[in-house]
Design a protein around this ligand. Structure first.
Ligand code: 5RP
Length: 262
């Protein structure tokens, strides 16, 4: 790994803790104006100072994030489907590496759909993205997207994460599952977890806690932050779990306290 790539990755995964709180706000790329992200700038701005990086598309980056705010960007560069598509796995690369460089991205993100109809195309797209991104020292995040019919268990998620790493991804985003430690152990690059659909705050903190205790390098969390009854309080509670090893009880107290302060 060259110096530039290591430097970009270390802006996302903080060397002091080896962990990261990534804020995922890329959902609109196939969901449109999803709940909590109807007006991206309103959602994103108050959260910016608490996030270690921002995962989003170029459209939302250009329109909704101040260019003078110093935050590492993880640019989603896959897409081409919508929630109305028959097959969500039919994604391609939407954004060039030159554009990622122009936008000063630290990493680019692409979904792979292992076991789906378009498995091969998405895996080859990941390989090609790694080839291109490495030329510029940009890191690649593989997102192990799960089809409606896929079982999110350790056996399947280990398969997805390991394939992503073998093809050259520098870090991987996946889901938390029972025996998550097996997913982390068998993946030679850092693994971060998605939050998944909105659940009560304390349960989402438990999810983050379990993941980091079992070896995750942190979270790339979206809905459980921006759909929270208090997103700013929630992201601070998640930070305590990820960077300070706070217990679920301690983090939930932080959530309640920050919420009350308002
Ligand atoms: C889908 C994605 C998302 O759009 C998003 O980043 C997921 O985050 P969360 O599940 O925490 O809302 O990566 O594959």
């Amino acid at each position: 790994m060259d110096w530039g790539l290591k430097n970009r990755l270390s802006r996302i995964i903080k060397p002091t803790t080896g962990r990261t709180v990534m804020l995922a706000v890329d959902h609109g790329y196939f969901l449109g104006p999803t709940s909590g992200l109807e007006v991206p700038s309103k959602t994103i701005r108050p959260l910016l100072r608490f996030a270690d990086s921002l995962m989003l598309t170029r459209g939302v980056l250009r329109t909704s994030v101040p260019p003078d705010f110093d935050i590492p960007i993880v640019l989603r560069v896959s897409g081409g489907t919508s929630i109305l598509s028959k097959d969500l796995s039919n994604e391609g690369i939407t954004t060039s590496i030159k554009e990622a460089v122009r936008l000063n991205a630290c990493a680019v993100a692409l979904s792979i759909f292992v076991g789906s109809e378009h498995e091969k195309e998405t895996l080859l797209a990941l390989s090609e993205l790694v080839n291109q991104a490495e030329e510029y020292g940009i890191a690649v995040l593989a997102v192990t997207a799960v089809g409606r019919e896929m079982e999110r268990d350790a056996k399947y998620l280990s398969l997805c994460c390991r394939i992503a790493a073998e093809l050259g991804a520098h870090f991987v985003k996946t889901y938390y599952c029972e025996e998550f430690e097996k997913v982390v152990e068998t993946c030679p690059v850092p693994v971060v977890i998605a939050g998944g659909k909105k659940i009560p705050e304390k349960e989402a903190l438990q999810l983050a806690y379990n993941a980091v205790q079992k070896g995750a390098a942190g979270v790339d969390m979206g809905r459980n932050i921006f759909q929270s009854e208090d997103p700013v309080a929630m992201i601070q509670a998640v930070r305590a779990v990820v960077h300070k090893n706070a217990s679920v009880e301690e983090a939930y107290e932080i959530f309640k306290k920050k919420k009350k302060e308002k």
